[in-house]
Design a protein around this ligand. Structure first.
Ligand SMILES: *Cc1c(COP(=O)(O)O)cnc(C)c1O
Length: 376
């Protein structure tokens, strides 16, 4: 438009046609164009195309948030009486779909222990319509063997969906590992600046078409202003993620030597139970999120977190600034302490989403906060 070198933000609810034959052809999808902003928009279409290429997908469609992408996808694929198999450690909102909203319409939900590969395989063998996976998981960075589980589910005729938010398309390509659909909360790494919400699903064009048909009616449409911010963020996706991968690995190694730290959870550590799987399926790097368990009790976490000078204490992740949160107030706030314990989430766990700061500054910040909080 006017030879702009940048993607224009088209803030228009509707698109006008003087020629009724042309209007009809566009409305019926026989020629290219836009009619109404809930359905499609030129700025939003560029965002979808960029993500489609990044994930190597046939097609992509976008949403106002990551949760809208996840819920419209699951409600499109699943009918009453059908079964979805997933794991306990999915994102908190996704877990609520599984525990509350899908069962309410008669969808059968089987959630397995995330670390128990055999349990997931036998749940798949019992028959399913959808296998829904996330790797690495939140907040304890467990890793699922996506290739192995996808092929098992495909052999049963199931549709495999993977939430790739934590890994990003820089580090992991679920479609190459056998998934039919890959989902992102674009709010996190794709945007990368914690200033826009968005979601996207990419993969098999027939499935994307039916998910889009639902979304254009249920209406969780991505706003063109948000699409613009996400597009601007994606220009630096690979630079940011490379730095975040290396910051996370350096910090994980440093903290695992620290006497105030009981345990570090990060797939890039050789001590991680699925390090070999992670190495194979995450060729780009192990991601920017790690978590660590402090010695002591929750009082220690309350004392330690405010001492960090570089990190925002907040619920998001994947931003250029470092963000920290304990699951007790962040990702798993809805659960009781004993429910968190049952999921293997210690009360003194801290989720640390690395920003792009100088890693020496982040390490000095962590060290001085650990020192000052005099952990037993
Ligand atoms: C944040 C997040 C979501 C939900 O995304 P929203 O954009 O907040 O709706 C889904 N999955 C994962 C892994 C997330 O981190």
């Amino acid at each position: 438009m006017q030879r702009a070198t940048q993607v224009p933000v088209v803030n228009s609810v509707s698109f006008g046609y003087d020629d009724l034959d042309e209007w009809k052809a566009v409305a019926l999808g026989r020629s290219q164009g836009h009619i109404y902003g809930r359905n499609t928009n030129p700025t939003v279409a560029v965002f979808e195309e960029k993500l489609r290429i990044l994930e190597g997908a046939e097609a992509a469609t976008s949403f106002s948030t990551g949760m809208a992408a996840i819920s419209d996808t699951l409600f499109t694929l699943l009918e009453p009486g059908q079964r979805v198999v997933s794991v306990n450690d999915t994102y908190g909102g996704t877990n609520r779909l599984f525990s509350e909203f899908l069962p309410r319409v008669g969808v059968k939900v089987t959630l397995c222990q995330t670390a128990d590969q055999e349990a997931i395989e036998s749940a798949i063998d019992e028959g399913l319509r959808v296998l829904y996976l996330e790797s690495p998981t939140n907040p304890t960075c467990k890793v699922l063997d996506l290739e192995r589980l996808s092929s098992r589910a495909r052999a049963r005729g199931a549709i495999v969906v993977v939430d790739n938010t934590f890994a990003t398309p820089i580090n992991q390509h679920p479609l190459e590992l056998g998934a039919h659909l890959v989902i992102h909360s674009a709010t996190k790494y794709l945007g990368g600046h914690a200033d826009a919400l968005g979601g996207v699903v990419a993969g098999d064009s027939g499935l994307i078409e039916s998910i889009f048909r639902r979304r254009e009616i249920t209406g969780a449409t991505l706003h063109p202003d948000a699409a613009y911010l996400l597009l601007r963020g994606m220009k630096t996706l690979s630079l940011r993620v490379e730095r975040q991968n290396s910051n996370a690995l350096t910090i994980a190694r440093h903290l695992s030597q620290h006497r105030a730290v009981e345990h570090v959870f990060y797939p890039g550590l050789e001590s991680h139970p699925n390090h070999d799987v992670a190495k194979r399926q995450m060729p780009g790097g192990f991601g920017g999120v790690l978590s660590f368990q402090l010695r002591g009790d929750f009082e220690v976490v309350k004392d330690f977190l405010p001492r960090l000078r570089y990190a925002h204490r907040a619920a998001n992740l994947g931003a250029v600034e470092t963000v920290v949160a304990p699951p007790a107030t962040g990702s798993h706030v809805e659960l009781t302490a004993s429910e968190r314990a049952a999921l293997g989430i210690p009360e003194t766990l801290v989720r640390y989403s690395c920003g792009i700061e100088d890693v020496n500054d982040l390490i000095a910040d962590l060290d001085s906060a650990l020192e000052a909080s005099r952990i037993p």
